[in-house]
Design a binder for this molecule. Structure first.
Ligand SMILES: Cc1cc2nc3c(=O)[nH]c(=O)nc-3n(C[C@H](O)[C@H](O)[C@H](O)COP(=O)(O)OP(=O)(O)OC[C@H]3O[C@@H](n4cnc5c(N)ncnc54)[C@H](O)[C@@H]3O)c2cc1C
Length: 343
């Protein structure tokens, strides 16, 4: 491997950060640049619920101590957004008009919360949870024993819901099509899981369609969710948890195949020989299923970062295609998931 190779990684989440570390271990002399929109060094998103559980300094959530990046000669360009990838000339174009050349590129840009069409116009009245800053904003919006209305019910939302309930907040979940996503739960089992969720302290509203989200009336909580039957509920904040949308707009026109995610083979290479992808952004070819699938869950995120790094540095490793997609009830009688990092 050339000592002058420049590896550029888009994203500083779990996949990109693991890849940077493994590339460094395998190629001590190469140049590594991580480009990320994040303003802070790597904080795993799995840690964000802790912001509601007494953590009020981002330094307490850092995955690595600050000296880690210098010690491993990894340059992290924070608060820098990629607008486009010029695959022909092997350049990444940043929003502030800078160009960064690469020899090999890893796209690990994750994804943002998916919002169904009917809810999009109400985005300004909802709180997201994509970053530490989002979590702090949300905490500030929430009074003591505040009431959070969650829409959808994917596993990321339920991860937060169990923390909010444990620290004294009230959570009402207006269940949507994404209830328990990405788990696929049979209809007859869904009822049982909903009962358990309610026993965990989450109030579940079933069978209602959200028509609108409004600001609360004077003297009322800050938000009102209006249903199709004319009824509604009031809460201090509304959060959508309706699944994931891969973040890959900047790859359009980059000469790589895209479906819902960036399409990669089991070695995580895209259809361009110099570009790999890892984490929530990619959709992986599964020979067993004869189709492209998403590989969710923290263990896969880390593994994808590792495998991409191995293959980018001359190795040969494939992703294991087995997924433990099994929602279950644990010994304490609570809902549990192999996707949850902290159980
Ligand atoms: C509250 C919460 C709890 C969760 N709990 C769990 C859990 O327990 N278990 C689990 O498996 N998953 C959990 N998840 C989901 C998990 O966070 C993601 O699956 C995981 O973070 C994906 O890792 P990633 O590296 O692919 O992407 P991300 O962690 O999303 O990182 C993407 C990176 O790309 C950067 N980026 C994106 N677009 C651009 C651009 N255009 N230019 C520059 N940079 C860009 C972002 O700034 C970020 O640094 C949770 C998520 C949340 C929000």
């Amino acid at each position: 491997m050339s000592t002058h190779s420049h590896f550029v990684i888009i994203g500083s989440g779990g996949a990109g950060s693991e890849a940077a570390l493994i590339i460094r271990k395998r190629d001590p002399k190469c140049t590594i640049t991580q480009i990320t929109g994040s303003k802070l060094p790597f904080i795993s998103r799995y840690e964000l619920p802790r912001v509601f559980d007494g953590v009020d300094n981002w330094r307490d959530l850092l995955a690595h101590p600050p000296e880690f990046y210098d010690d491993n000669a990894i340059t992290v360009r924070r608060n820098s957004w990629v607008d486009h990838v010029d695959a022909k000339n092997k350049k990444v174009l940043l929003r502030h008009k800078e160009e960064v050349s690469y020899d090999k590129l890893l796209v690990a840009s994750g994804g943002g919360g998916y919002l169904p069409e009917g809810l999009r116009e109400f985005r300004p009245l909802m709180n997201g949870l994509g970053s530490y800053e989002d979590a702090v904003k949300m905490r500030q919006a929430l009074p003591s024993k505040g009431h959070v209305i969650m829409l959808g019910g994917d596993m990321t939302g339920l991860d937060l819901a169990r923390t909010l309930v444990a620290v004294g907040h009230k959570v009402t979940l207006v269940a949507g099509e994404q209830l328990f996503w990405p788990h696929e739960v049979e209809e007859k089992k869904e009822k049982k899981f909903v009962t358990v969720l309610e026993a965990m302290g989450v109030k579940v509203v079933l069978g209602k369609k959200v028509m609108a989200i409004r600001k609360g009336a004077k003297g009322e909580p800050a938000r009102r969710v209006v249903f199709d039957d004319g009824g509604g509920i009031n809460g201090d904040a509304v959060m959508p948890f309706c699944g994931l949308m891969p973040a890959l707009d900047f790859m359009i026109g980059a000469n790589v195949d895209i479906e819902r995610g960036l399409l990669v083979n089991p070695e995580l290479k895209t259809t361009n020989d110099s570009i790999w992808a890892a984490g929530d952004v990619c959709q992986i070819w599964s020979p067993e299923e004869n189709s492209y699938l998403f590989y969710y869950g923290w263990h896969h995120i880390k593994e994808m970062g590792e495998i991409a790094a191995i293959n980018m540095t001359g190795g040969k490793k494939k992703i294991s295609t087995y997924q433990d997609d099994h929602l279950y009830i644990n010994k304490q009688g609570d809902i549990d998931s192999p996707y949850w990092m902290y159980r």
